[in-house]
Write a protein that binds this ligand. Structure first.
Ligand SMILES: [Zn+2]
Length: 711
């Protein structure tokens, strides 16, 4: 966590011995530091021991010195400034980890102590001593051949580490060192993410073995390309390796590690990891997509797929895993250095039979893909020939078709009809009545999205002399789909319309994309489990169609005070919270019931700091807040940073199942009078929540009312 050069004068062991000789034990009143357990790049870890109620407890105690090492400075004050800066960076890590203290899948500090590091009477820096749970490192288990390579175990690891990573991303924290070295297993069998490399200003992007291609290719600017999505890739690589006998994609078969990295960084399509079931392999391969846009955008999405898969299966995937001894002949062609021990090693993987079955499946899939590719090529050539004979030049068709086969071959292989259908319908966008003769090349000519969803087609070719700076995107029917300045298409209501990309530099160059917006497909659930809230008889409350309304037009009387979130809303939130937890996400209410007076103080503060016009876009005037009804709540953080987090995505997808709606959607700002608040839930009951969600409308639209202050 600290730069290497600081480590050279006195080594870590000497420094930590020095530090431990100066601190008074027991630490934190009870902990004694015992033998050394291991050494990191900047710290040494010891076993901590304490006796509590006649029971001995153990933990890990990490000692981390901060010194200037052999760096040279102009003078003492420059050195002091440097040390203070380093100290600040390292303590920043504690601050960030504190944010994750409630996440059971993150290795966190239980106790922390820091002080000046004094050597020979002279201050040489600082040190931190941190106590953590005593855990087993996954990499240590791998090295000592104690890791169980079954799909069941790796999925368990994926769920645990994925939950930790997802929690970090939801807080805007990047881990910066996703690798098995930082995965841990607790005594209770829970996998946890540790080794955060989050000290302030850290621009470390993790080891090359697990690095996303876009990060690798950015070289000097790698830190800029390092996003949560890049961490999803790294995480996927770790899972790949664990489901592939410890080998990363393309490794083995006499391919060197460097050559394998080169192939991955050039974006080569990865073969499925050899020990994973088709379903699990699909998840891993999606996480490891070379193209970031084809990847899960968050660890939470990966987790949701994994949980769905786990739920869909009554038993572990594949045949019962068996334990057998490694067969040296079988391994001769590959590098198994990591796994090879002096003695025979117990090593688990699916039975030979299931592997044969899988091989057969793979052959069938390859055959199908080849067949489809030939069909698509044929159709594409036929189309191209048609066009050429019309005297037209390049079209979007060739790249579109070939792109489709490569990106979706695995999934579509089982549904060959879909592919041919899609290809054969493509000419509809080429109807002679709608000239589409441009040099724009898109990765698709039509898209289908659900109401409330968005998708962005990729422009992979531009007319000569133009660039992405000249993109003009328009929708031919904004009541069906809208599009923003960079081509992000958003489904508004069911129907079909064209989105047009025109070149600002040359308006004769344009291309159309046929957009089909479907009704939202909702999950099955029982709306009667979430009854509509009971009507409260209180003078001054406004019910329209039996629904209590609090918005800018309709207010709640000052003395109306339910005192808390109403029991039905609280109970349904608890159910929602539990379902989210099962998907590995933690949701909590950060603001529930608010009295009139409390809302008044909130609003007045916003007005004072931000002006009334701004405040009115995100804070209700007293008496107009839904929070005063006891039916509204803010989840996790009332901040725009919540948007796009796995928690926000999950909430938007599932809240109706528990009778809630996202009250202020992104595309209803003009109607609700409030900016997008992905965190603000309103309880309306299952029936209504389902209807509003299905139709993609907000409460004002449903009731035919407005939301405007009278003055
Ligand atoms: Zn709110």
């Amino acid at each position: 966590m600290i730069q290497e050069e600081q480590r050279e004068m006195m080594n870590n062991n000497e420094l930590t011995d020095q530090i431990l000789s100066t601190v008074r034990q027991p630490l934190w009143g009870i902990w004694y530091v015992r033998e050394k357990l291991g050494e990191g790049s900047s710290s040494v870890v010891f076993r901590g021991e304490a006796v509590r109620r006649n029971k001995t407890e153990y933990s890990a105690v990490k000692v981390e010195p901060i010194t200037a090492g052999d760096m040279t400075f102009r003078d003492e004050s420059q050195k002091a400034a440097y040390l203070d800066e380093q100290f600040g960076k390292v303590s920043h890590e504690s601050t960030l980890l504190y944010e994750l203290k409630d996440c059971p899948n993150v290795v966190n500090y239980k106790d922390e102590y820091y002080s000046d590091l004094v050597i020979g009477g002279k201050k040489e820096g600082y040190f931190f001593i941190r106590r953590m749970e005593l855990l087993t490192g996954v990499q240590d288990m791998i090295n000592s051949q104690k890791f169980t390579y079954t799909e069941e175990n790796v999925r368990k690891l994926a769920a645990g580490i994925g939950a930790g990573l997802s929690a970090a991303h939801a807080k805007g924290i990047l881990h910066r060192d996703i690798a098995p070295e930082n995965f841990y297993l607790s005594g209770e069998g829970k996998y946890k993410l540790g080794g955060f490399n989050t000290w302030e200003g850290s621009d470390y992007v993790g080891p090359e073995d697990y690095m996303a291609p876009e990060v690798y290719r950015a070289k000097g600017n790698a830190a800029e390309k390092y996003t949560p999505q890049a961490e999803v890739f790294s995480f996927g690589m770790c899972l790949y390796q664990l489901m592939n006998h410890g080998l990363l994609p393309f490794e083995g078969n006499n391919t060197t590690r460097e050559a394998a990295i080169d192939r991955r960084m050039l974006g080569a399509q990865l073969p499925p990891p050899c020990d994973a079931s088709k379903e699990f392999a699909d998840i891993i391969l999606k996480a490891c997509s070379p193209e970031p846009s084809a990847r899960y955008s968050t660890a939470g999405q990966l987790l949701a797929d994994l949980n769905a898969l786990n739920r869909a299966e009554l038993a572990p995937a594949g045949d019962e895993p068996t334990v057998y001894l490694k067969n040296p002949d079988q391994l001769a062609s590959q590098d198994y250095d990591d796994l090879d021990g002096g003695e025979d090693v117990a090593y688990t993987r699916p039975t030979r039979k299931s592997r044969q079955n899988r091989n057969l499946m793979i052959l069938i899939i390859i055959a199908l893909i080849a067949l489809i590719a030939v069909m698509i090529l044929g159709i594409t050539l036929a189309l191209k020939n048609n066009k050429s004979s019309d005297g037209s030049s390049d079209t979007a068709q060739v790249p579109a078709a070939s792109e489709e086969t490569s990106a979706t071959e695995a999934q579509e292989a089982t549904e060959p009809n879909t592919v041919t259908e899609e290809v054969s319908t493509e000419p509809t966008t080429e109807k002679p009545t709608e000239p589409n003769e441009s040099d724009f090349v898109l990765d698709k000519t039509s898209i289908t999205i659900e109401v409330g969803q968005s998708e962005m087609p990729m422009v992979i070719g531009y007319p000569e002399g133009t660039s992405d700076a000249d993109e003009l995107w328009t929708s031919e029917d904004e009541s069906i789909a809208t599009v923003d300045g960079i081509g992000n298409i958003y489904g508004v209501a069911p129907g079909q319309c064209d989105i047009v990309l025109t070149s600002a530099a040359d308006s004769s160059q344009f291309v159309k994309i046929r957009v089909t917006v479907k009704e939202k497909e909702l999950n099955e659930f029982d709306p009667s489990e979430s009854p509509a809230p009971e009507k409260v008889d209180y003078p001054g409350l406004t019910y329209i169609d039996g629904i209590l309304v609090a918005n800018k037009t309709y207010s709640v009387p000052r003395d109306y005070d339910p005192g808390d979130i109403l029991p039905i809303a609280q109970e349904r939130f608890n159910a929602l919270q539990q379902a989210a937890a099962e998907d590995g996400l933690s949701l909590w209410i950060c603001s529930g019931y608010r009295s009139y007076d409390y809302q008044a103080s909130l609003y007045n503060n916003y007005v004072a700091s931000d002006g009334q016009a701004n405040a009115d876009t995100y804070s209700a005037r007293p008496g107009h807040s839904e929070h005063q009804t006891g039916l509204a709540m803010d989840i996790n953080m009332a901040d725009s940073a919540f948007a796009g987090t796995p928690e926000a995505i999950w909430l938007a997808e599932h809240c109706y199942e528990y009778g809630f709606i996202i009250r202020y959607p992104a595309d209803k700002v003009d109607i609700t009078g409030y900016k997008y608040e992905p965190w603000h839930l309103r309880y309306v009951g299952g029936e209504l929540a389902k209807e509003l969600t299905e139709k993609g409308i907000c409460l004002e639209e449903y009731l035919g009312i407005d939301s405007k202050y009278s003055e």
